[in-house]
Design a binder for this molecule. Sequence first.
Ligand SMILES: [Zn+2]
Length: 53
Amino acid sequence: MDPESCPDCGGTGYLAKPVDIGGKSQGVAFIRVKCPACGGSGRKRATPPNPAG
Ligand SMILES: [Zn+2]
């Protein structure tokens, strides 16, 4: 994996989340949501991680 890529989304900038349709297991779809870690850029943040959290 590219070290420059966001480890959360793998560099795609989006995450696939399963959603239940009507609450039944027969209808499961995947929606793409913008990766909160990189904000949809797919790249690591320019700022280094804060050790204090
Ligand atoms: Zn990301």
